[in-house]
Design a protein around this ligand. Sequence first.
Ligand code: ASP
Length: 345
Amino acid sequence: MRLLLLIGALLMSTPAVAQPQNQGERPAWRLVIHGGAGVIERGRLTPEKDREIRAALDHALATGSAVLERGGSALDAVEAAVRELEDNPNFNAGRGAVFTYDGTIEHDASIMDGRDRRAGAVTGTSNTRHPISLARRVMENSPHVFLRGLGADQFSREQGLEQVPNEWFHTPERRRQLEEFRSRPSAESFDIDLKYGTVGAVAVDREGHVAAATSTGGLTGKRWGRIGDSPIIGAGTYADDRACAVSATGAGEFFIREGVAHEICARLRFTNDTAQEAADTVIREMHALGGTGGVIVVTPRGDGIYSFNTPGMYRGQASPAGRSVAIYGDEENQETVSAARGERG
Ligand code: ASP
C-alpha cells in the first residue's frame, strides 16, 4: 500500500513534459501559446468542443505567426495572439472569462518585453475589451507597471482603448459554473472543474528578442478582491532576453508563492539547466507546495517548451516549420515527432 502511495506521489509530482529542446539550428522565430491547464481529459470534451478549441488555438497561432513571419517583434506577436484568445468565449479571458462571486467579470493581464524588461499589468478591470492591450499601454504610456480596478479602467478610457459593457463578457456557460460554485456548501477556493482557462503567449522574434503575455478572468467565484498570478510580473509572466519568456496558468496562489515565471528565468541564467529542465524543476517545486498548472517557455535561442502537472493543457506552437496544437497530456509524443520532422524539413 505504502509503495503504491509512493509511486502515486512520484507520478503526481512529475510534470507532464512535452516538447523537447528544439536542438540544432535556431528557428527564425517561434511562438508558443496556452489556453489554460487542468483536468482536461479525453471524454470530458465533446468532439465538437475539441475541434473548436483546436481551431481557436490554431487561429491565434496563425495571427501571431503572421507578425513574426513579416519581421515583427515578439511583443507585437504575443499581444496579437492573446487578443484572439481574449475574444474567444472558450477561454477564461476577455469574453467568456469566469464570474466573480458577485456575478461580474474582472480581468487581469500582464505583458513583458525581454529586450529591456519593461512590463505592464492590470488587475480588476471591467470594461476594456482587450485587457492585454491595456497592460501594454500601461507599459508604454504610463510611468507605472501595475494599475488596478477603477483607475486602470479610467486610464484605459483615456488611452482610447475599446470599451464594452461588462455584460459583453458574460456567457451562459460561465454563469452556470458560478451557480454551481455558489451552490456548494463551502465555497472552495479553486475553479470548480479544476480547469484553468487563462490564456498566454510567449515568442522569440527574428532578432532573438523574447516577450510574454498572459490574460485571465481569474477563478470562478473569486471575491474579496482576490488577485492571482497572471497579472503579477515574476509569477504568471516574465520575459528577459538574457534567459527566456514565460507565461503560466494554474492555481495562482502557488505560482505567486513560488515566483514561477521569474524562477524559471533565473534558473536559466544561473544554472546549466535546459529550458525544459528549468521549467520542470520549478513546476515540481510549485507542486510540492500543493499547486497544479503549467507554463510555456521560449528562449532567445529558439527553444519552445511546455511543462505542466495537470492531465491536459490547451497549447500550441508555431515556427517557420509549421504549427501544432494539443490538448491532452498524452499528445506529447505525437507532437514531438511532428515538430522534429518539421524542423528537419
Ligand atoms: N492562474 C489563474 C489565476 O490564478 C487562473 C488560470 O490559470 O486560469 O487567476
